[in-house]
Design a protein around this ligand. Structure first.
Ligand code: FAD
Length: 291
């Protein structure tokens, strides 16, 4: 099935994003969480590619394992960080060999100690070049690219960010998955601009259910997403994990309900390798996920 075919015709596409665990027990725990999430019939599962290309082998190992065990389409994320074009080709060839269906094609963030992204000698500078490489040499892969409702942190302007997104799509991306966001008005404004510049592929909101205030403050500080003040105030009322989990899940349930009522083509859940929050949200939404 093509990547774009998971969306549209009245069907809400559902995807789940994992990251490669660092330990064997972490891997076993992850497979248990994936098993819980499979009950909600996701269309496909993705696995991130660690900062600096640090998880290259692990990303493929995990996502290939998910495909073997659960028999559903999978996507590997891939970034241009610390990789020459030949190394990117090697990764794509190995992905092909492992039966990976889709690639989430990204530039990646600069390494921790560097303030700006510098292409590796013989490597690529922007995600659109990676999309071009995949389309030219590995046409069988579906391709997803990243979009930013609150504008990418390094973008010169929202307009230029949109033009770069348009280029990624014109080069061959099948869908856009967004960075996490907590104010749906940002997504709706972004969607209007995306439509205005003529980007016609599915624009899939990325949702990260908050389960812990300190953790989400670290994540949003890194990616530049805003946490609404009233949401932070609600989460801050009690420094109690159970309480923060409840507030976060209630918020995400309402956020996703609102997105669905505004006709989004699907939802991409950043589950952070845990199943409980997303399972509760999907149970509360009671989506009809029959094939
Ligand atoms: C759904 C999703 C999944 C992600 N998964 C991962 C992951 O697995 N691993 C990881 O390390 N990171 C991941 N990221 C983070 C991502 O790598 C960073 O946000 C990174 O800083 C930008 O990547 P990009 O693909 O959007 O880059 P690009 O599209 O290249 O954009 C980067 C910046 O350059 C500008 N730009 C783009 N193209 C051009 C051009 N041709 N000329 C000039 N300027 C240009 C853009 O406006 C933007 O400011 C993910 C993000 C999302 C939303």
């Amino acid at each position: 099935m093509t990547l774009a075919a998971h969306y549209g015709q009245g069907k809400l596409g559902l995807s789940i994003e994992l990251f490669p665990p660092k330990t064997k027990p972490g891997e076993q725990a992850l497979m248990h969480h994936v098993e819980q999430l499979i009950q909600f019939r996701p269309d496909y599962i993705t696995c991130t590619y660690g900062a600096g290309g640090s998880t290259r082998a692990k990303t493929l190992e995990i996502i290939a394992q998910v495909k073997r065990r659960f028999q559903l389409p999978v996507a590997s994320h891939l970034t241009c960080v610390n990789a020459s074009v030949d190394q990117l080709r090697d990764y794509l060839r190995e992905s092909e060999r492992q039966g990976i269906d889709y690639i989430v094609a990204l530039r990646g963030d600069p390494p921790k100690d560097e303030s700006e992204f510098k292409a590796t000698p013989g490597g690529l500078q922007h995600a659109n070049e990676l999309v071009a490489l995949i389309r030219a040499e590995f046409p069988q892969f579906g391709i997803a690219v990243a979009g930013y409702p609150e504008t990418h942190q390094e973008a010169v302007s929202p307009e230029s960010d949109l033009q770069h997104l348009k280029r990624k799509v014109e080069t061959g991306a099948d869908i856009v998955i967004t960075q996490l966001f907590y104010d749906n008005r940002d997504f709706f404004r972004f969607r209007e601009c995306v439509e205005e510049v003529g980007i016609g592929v599915p624009l899939v909101p990325g949702i990260l259910p908050v389960t812990n205030l300190a953790q989400i403050q670290r994540i949003t500080a890194m990616c530049g997403a805003q946490l609404p003040a009233e949401f932070v105030a609600a989460l801050s009322k009690h420094d109690d994990p159970e309480y923060q989990f409840r507030v976060g899940v209630d918020f995400a349930t309402r956020q996703v309900q609102d997105l669905i009522s505004h006709d989004v083509p699907g939802i991409h859940f950043y589950v952070l390798n845990k199943s409980q929050a997303t399972s509760e949200i999907l149970t509360a939404l009671n989506l009809d996920r029959q094939p």
